[in-house]
Design a protein around this ligand. Structure first.
Ligand SMILES: [Zn+2]
Length: 108
């Protein structure tokens, strides 16, 4: 085990809650935050979805209401990749980006 810098924004644990369609993230500072699947899907940062070209404030989760989160895979120690029921799986979500999304949905 090594002690890494910036451990507050490290993802410690992940829970996919099928019942309420929420992804729960446990962060290095002990905070547990939930992200709705439709918001998560609409925020996909891949080139196809162009999520990284629009600000989080302009996300539109409406078209993704029925999308189901099938799986989440860890990419190294900094990001996650999701597999969706619409077949999409090219989005790489960095922990920083996920945390930003969590904070935004908390405000909304
Ligand atoms: Zn995408």
């Amino acid at each position: 085990m090594t002690i890494e810098e910036d451990s507050d924004s490290k993802l410690i644990d992940l829970t996919i809650s099928v019942l309420d369609k929420i992804l729960y993230c446990t962060w290095g500072d002990g905070q547990v935050e939930g992200l709705r699947w439709d918001i998560l899907r609409s925020a996909c940062p891949c080139v196809v979805c162009k999520g990284d070209h629009k600000p989080i404030d302009e996300l539109n989760p409406a078209p993704y209401e029925e999308v189901i989160l099938i799986d989440a895979a860890y990419i190294g120690k900094y990001a996650l990749r999701f597999l969706w029921s619409d077949g999409h799986d090219t989005g790489i979500y960095s922990y920083d980006y996920l945390r930003k999304l969590c904070e935004w949905t908390q405000k909304a």
